[in-house]
Design a protein around this ligand. Structure first.
Ligand SMILES: Nc1ncnc2c1ncn2[C@@H]1O[C@H](COP(=O)(O)OP(=O)(O)OP(=O)(O)O)[C@@H](O)[C@H]1O
Ligand SMILES: [Mg+2]
Length: 147
């Protein structure tokens, strides 16, 4: 699909940068005049993906997180979140609701399920030892002619 606009951001896997990534993403998509619900869905999905990089990919270390946001044709929002962390040995299993490698009382294992619920499509590619890339797409409602 044709890229209409794009921005890239990279930041350290400090937990304070989760809100930065979420707000920067929301700011970028403001140009599409999204609904309050759409922007909230996008922020939640980004928050889950970035939190995974912080708590899983770079568990006991600090590393870089790479965020790409794009507007594709037909009001399609595209988000890519990449890390160079530990990777996921079994992506299919990791994406199952309630699957977590964290202590049960610590994490619900619902991050990927939330991303899938709020976005149209979520794709995860991972290389153990090399890192993980999460790509998410959501087509925004058409806003009609209001002027
Ligand atoms: N970027 C990543 N790098 C390495 N492992 C990851 C990454 N993202 C997810 N995982 C693995 O996939 C599992 C499932 O992720 P998911 O976000 O669904 O649940 P969670 O993070 O364990 O819990 P929750 O998101 O509900 O707090 C994680 O427990 C972790 O093992
Ligand atoms: Mg998670």
């Amino acid at each position: 699909m044709k890229v209409v606009n794009e921005a890239n951001l990279n930041f350290l896997s400090r937990s304070s940068n989760e809100s930065y990534a979420r707000i920067a993403t929301a700011g970028f998509f403001t140009q599409l005049d999204p609904t309050v619900d759409e922007i909230s869905d996008i922020k939640t999905a980004v928050s889950e993906a970035v939190t995974n990089c912080i708590v899983h990919a770079y568990r006991d270390t600090l590393g870089k997180i790479y965020l790409t946001v794009r507007i594709l044709e037909d009001r399609t929002a595209y988000i890519k979140i990449r890390d160079r962390g530990c990777g996921i040995p079994d992506v299919k299993q990791a994406m199952e609701p309630m699957f977590t490698t964290a202590a049960q009382e610590e994490r619900a294992g619902l991050g990927f399920a939330v991303m899938q619920a709020f976005m149209d499509k979520v794709t995860v590619r991972s290389n153990p030892g090399k890192g993980t890339t999460v790509t998410m797409v959501k087509k925004l409602q058409s806003r009609g002619e209001h002027d």
